[in-house]
Design a protein around this ligand. Structure first.
Ligand code: PLP
Length: 385
């Protein structure tokens, strides 16, 4: 990765406010939204070109994901992560959420346990319920070294024979990149207790300078007990276009997507497939620039927090563009988030949405310009002084 690469540009605020997406339409215009995981950078040129060309062809019918999506993802995974995946093992789904829910429907009988590790991306809670399973929470551990999987507590939970564990790899909202060693230990626990791991790897391409992503299916033994769900949608900001990929690496697991409802393939977004193929095939230089930009934004945020909001603490994320801020010095529950919004006119995601262990926390999205980040922190600091 070229650390001298120029930063990615961000439009001025008045242009961003013209976007029709959720991030820019949820709050009144005097609020700076640092909320939902959308990025403010301009689209990668190969992706924008592919979409433009599709519009020019009036190419707006149903998606045809095979064989293009599997091939593009396999080439990307090989060059990026040294992961040799079979393009034929890739099944397109409309989004990661649907991929995980359809997998859980097949893995868990009604009432079976499904384990998740809060604080975690809020829909994980809903996906388990949607699949008719019973939620089992094994929070992440936290100490001076930061966040990590609580392998001892997971072992205890796995001994209760849950049907599945939904891994967040890397982990939103804390930006944790699980190490190959931890993932190997997790795989051993899954093997010992007959638990299937569904690995949500949507943030895999978003590992920042200094850390290394390990796709779960590259871990020895994982193929027999794990399924991964990936997407280009976080790293290239394509969430509204609707395309994700379920990936397997052994026959027992490959049978799962083979049993998805027949209509699943017709629900995939055509523009999602076009954009994902362009991103995986031609979007790596842009991704490198993105990661350099986000690495610098993370450093800037660290400086700003130290100078302006020293009562907040955090472990700078190793991946994602999300900062999980410990605001307990400002009050329990979502009090700090309320102060930042009502007095500072800055919207963050409320910590309690990520589980009860999110009390006193808020999540800040730093995939924006220096200018917006500076303004947001200045307003937050004023709000609490
Ligand atoms: C961990 C994680 N999984 C899934 C999603 C959403 O993916 P999709 O829109 O493809 O369901 C997000 C969005 O931020 C996420 O952070």
């Amino acid at each position: 990765m070229n650390s001298a690469a120029p930063e990615l540009p961000v439009d001025a605020l008045d242009m961003l406010r013209k976007r029709r997406s959720a991030k820019w339409q949820t709050y009144p215009t005097d609020v700076l939204p640092l909320t939902v995981a959308e990025m403010d950078f301009a689209l990668a040129a190969p992706v924008a070109d592919a979409l433009r060309e599709a519009v020019e062809r009036s190419d707006t019918g149903y998606a045809m994901a095979t064989p293009g999506l599997g091939r593009a993802l396999a080439d990307f995974a090989a060059s990026r992560w040294n992961w040799d995946l079979d393009p034929a093992s890739v099944t397109a789904v409309i989004d990661v959420g649907v991929g995980v829910v359809e997998l859980l429907r097949l893995l868990a009988r009604p009432g079976d346990g499904v384990v998740i590790s809060p604080p975690v991306y809020p829909p994980f809670f809903d996906w388990v319920a949607e699949a008719g399973a019973r939620l089992v929470e094994v929070p992440l551990a936290h100490d001076d070294a930061g966040w990590r999987l609580d392998l001892a507590a997971l072992e205890t939970a796995f001994a209760g024979r849950p049907a599945a564990y939904v891994l967040c790899n890397p982990h939103n909202p804390v930006g944790l990149v699980h190490t190959a060693g931890e993932l190997a230990a997790l795989v051993r626990l899954a093997q010992d207790h007959g638990v299937t791991i569904v690995s949500d790897e949507i943030h895999g391409p978003l590992v920042l300078p200094g850390a290394t992503f390990t796709p779960l299916l590259t871990v020895p033994g994982a193929a027999e007990v794990a399924v991964s769900v990936l997407s280009a949608s976080k790293a290239w900001n394509l969430a509204g276009l609707k395309c994700a990929a379920v990936v397997t690496a052994a026959p027992r697991m490959a049978a799962l997507p083979g049993r998805f409802p027949a209509d699943t393939r017709w629900r995939v977004g055509h523009f999602g497939v076009i954009a994902a193929v362009a991103a995986f095939a031609d979007g790596e230089p842009w991704l490198d620039q993105l990661l350099v930009t986000l690495g610098r934004r993370r450093a800037r945020l660290a400086d700003l927090l130290r100078q302006r909001l020293p009562m907040l603490t955090w472990d700078p994320p190793e991946a994602t563009f999300l900062a999980w801020l410990n605001c307990t010095a400002l009050g329990p529950g979502d009090e700090a988030r309320y102060l930042f919004l009502e007095r500072g006119r800055v919207a963050l995601e409320p910590g309690l949405r990520f589980g009860a262990v999110g009390s006193g926390y808020a999540r800040l999205n730093f995939a924006t310009s220096n200018d917006i980040l500076d303004q947001a922190i200045a307003r937050m600091a004023t709000a609490v002084t």
